[in-house]
Design a protein around this ligand. Structure first.
Ligand code: UDP
Length: 453
């Protein structure tokens, strides 16, 4: 099956989108598809350097840059309207030229749902299918769709939608509760749905058992297919030989933290990370630092280079053997380590899927974008963790951090036992989804069969 199929894969050049799209590329390759991973001219050199370091250049796939019209090194986190406009114009033109130059033409372009205009490029080239890849879950997708259809208003506090529990404003994707936060980003996220009636494939990085009711609702609107969780095969079905890392990290991981974890007892460490983008306010950083120390547990905390100056002075020295701070961790290896007892996370969708796939209990401290919704579901629907309660200004106290850690870490806590049980149940579903004949595996097979026709 799929001997002849050729696919272009395009990700927005940020870590949380590269990871699942690169992982999807590996799955396609394992099904005999030829994949070209598209970068942008301003990020290409960095991506190639990182791909060499992470091993992705050893994969049987090529990296080809599209001209985005920006100088090398221009930040891909630029969210100005001018950036998005120029990016779209240049990448569209460059992608179209690339497709024109290819013989035979690619069967499909799999693109980040945040670049919905790729559909127009596909339509300029008959026979090239358009597959929009959503890096967020169906629940979040459905909430955006309801919002765009006017089912609730901005700043609305009690939101009742089909196929999900009642939601508070603070459970909604941040931009829908306060869309003044960053208007261009809000518009970008809404744009994911502007042409979904016309796409050929609607792929979502999730798995069926996780969102049964919402998926059913979404399927009544579009032929949504789950293909996740898109994390390395070693942590799931183990069918992709040697696939234990994403293979392309924009940050350099401090692998020595694994030795430190080796020295800690089973289930004794709190792993703390707020992902690749989230920025904590200075006072919040100090409070998290105090809270973690006050728990009395061992902890491994990822504080990115740009955040380290916010740590209290002498903090690292005072921790001694109790705590370790790194600038970036090999997160999958950390989550899979036997000494990890729980994961305090910002609830980015990749981090959430990684924890679900590895059966790790969660403490959600969401900040931005879809994270509050993920946190709501972690606590109240999947029941695989707790969510910190913030005050009206979004501040979380150290006492609250200590309380949440107690709930998930204490051996005798009833809630903790329930959480661990649910985490193992969902881990099982995650692994089955991508095993031979699992729902996500079947959906990928079906995608390959359809584009190869
Ligand atoms: N990650 C990592 N090491 C770290 C922190 C994060 O490898 O120290 C990875 C993590 O495994 C995940 C990605 O970075 O795959 C972060 O994506 P997520 O969607 O969780 O959050 P974002 O960074 O997009 O906010």
């Amino acid at each position: 099956m799929g001997d002849e199929a050729k696919v272009l894969v395009f990700s927005f050049p940020i870590q949380g989108h590269i990871n699942p799209l690169l992982q999807f590329s590996k799955r396609l390759i394992s099904k005999n598809v030829t994949v070209t991973f598209l970068t942008t001219s301003s990020t290409h050199n960095n991506i190639i350097r990182r791909a060499i370091a992470g091993g992705a250049t050893a994969l049987p796939l090529s990296f080809v840059p599209l001209d985005d019209g920006f100088e090398e090194g221009h930040p891909s986190t630029d969210s100005s309207p001018e950036y998005f406009e120029k990016f779209q114009e240049n990448v569209s033109r460059s992608l179209s030229q690339l497709i024109s130059s290819m013989e035979p033409k690619p069967n499909a372009v799999v693109y980040d749902s945040c670049t919905p205009w790729v559909l127009n490029v596909c339509r300029e080239h008959p026979g090239v299918a358009a597959a929009s890849f959503f890096t967020q879950c169906s629940t979040v997708n459905a909430i955006y769709v309801h919002s765009l259809r006017g089912a609730f208003k901005e700043f609305q506090d009690d939101v009742v939608l089909p196929a999900m529990p009642p939601l508070k404003g603070s459970d909604l994707p941040v931009f829908l509760y306060d869309n003044n936060l960053c208007r261009p980003l809000f518009e970008l996220l809404c744009s994911q749905f502007e042409n979904v009636d016309h796409i050929d494939f609607f792929l979502v990085n999730s798995f069926d058992e996780l969102e049964v009711e919402v998926l059913e609702w979404m399927k009544k609107q579009w032929p949504v297919k789950n293909i996740g969780p898109m994390i390395p095969s070693m942590y799931l079905d183990k069918r992709l030989a040697g696939d234990k890392d994403y293979g392309l990290s924009l940050f350099s991981a401090q692998n020595e933290c694994l030795d430190w974890l080796d020295s800690k007892p089973h289930g004794s460490v709190i792993y703390v990370s707020f992902g690749s983008i989230a920025v904590l306010k200075d006072a919040q950083m100090i409070e998290v630092a105090a809270g973690l120390k006050q728990t009395g547990h061992n902890f491994l905390w990822v504080v990115r280079e740009t955040e380290t100056k916010k740590l209290p002075s002498n903090y690292i020295e005072e921790l001694g053997e109790k705590g370790l701070i790194v600038k970036w961790s090999p997160q999958l290896q950390v989550l899979a380590h036997k000494s990890i007892g729980c994961f305090m996370t910002h609830c980015g969708w990749n981090s959430t899927l990684e924890a679900l796939s590895l059966g790790v209990s969660l403490i959600g401290m969401p900040a931005y974008s879809d994270q509050p919704t993920n946190a709501k579901f972690i606590e109240d629907v999947w029941k695989v963790g707790v969510r910190v309660k913030a005050d009206k200004d979004g501040f979380v106290t150290k006492e609250e951090i200590v309380r949440c850690v107690g709930e998930v870490m204490e051996e005798m806590s009833e809630k903790g036992k329930e959480i661990r049980k649910n985490a193992l149940r969902l881990m099982d579903y995650a692994k089955k989804a991508l095993s031979e004949g699992g729902n996500s595996d079947k959906n990928i097979d079906e995608f390959v069969a359809k584009i190869a026709k």
